[in-house]
Design a binder for this molecule. Structure first.
Ligand SMILES: [Cu+2]
Length: 164
């Protein structure tokens, strides 16, 4: 019986560790990652996503990498008169219990040095690394951003989704 109980405890501990790891990674959620479709000769693309911080502490996005691109940077589009200019940001802070939404005309991920042309519907794997060491793996879908550009209202995350 003693052995049996030990085995139960061991299983329970294993489960607790698994659940704990899952709860921790849910502190940061990446929602609706997508890449703006571009002509095949374009080597620089923009990606958008929402980063939600469910935790008690601020989170800092410090690095983004993708096997499909040589370099990924965090950019912010800012208007100078009639000209749009992009500022490179080294990191991006997400306050506790808040989210940062990247969208056309604002914050975006600049995907540079594309390894190959991307088509609408392709999935672009990306790894987002936060200062606390947490990593988020996402697959951003390549799609047209026309619906997004047309309206200035709140973005509906279900609008561009394909059901398969
Ligand atoms: Cu940019």
């Amino acid at each position: 019986m003693g052995n049996f109980m030990k085995r139960i405890v061991f299983l329970a501990l294993g489960l607790a560790v698994a659940l704990g790891a899952r709860a921790e990674s849910a502190e940061i959620q990446i929602l609706d990652p997508w890449v703006q479709a571009a002509p095949p000769n374009v080597k620089v693309l923009a990606a958008y996503l929402e980063i939600r911080n469910n935790g008690e502490k601020p989170q800092l996005l410090v690095n983004i990498s993708s096997p499909a691109f040589g370099l990924v940077e965090i950019h912010r589009s800012v208007m100078h008169g009639n000209m749009t200019h992009m500022e490179h940001q080294k990191e991006l802070a997400i306050p506790p219990h808040a989210s940062v939404t990247m969208r056309p005309g604002g914050m975006h991920l600049m995907l540079m040095k594309a390894n190959k042309p991307l088509r609408t519907g392709d999935a672009v794997p990306m790894t987002l690394t936060f200062k606390n060491g947490e990593k988020a793996e996402v697959a951003a879908t390549v799609r047209s951003g026309l619906a997004e550009d047309a309206g200035g209202h709140q973005h509906d995350s279900h609008a561009g989704h394909k059901n398969h």
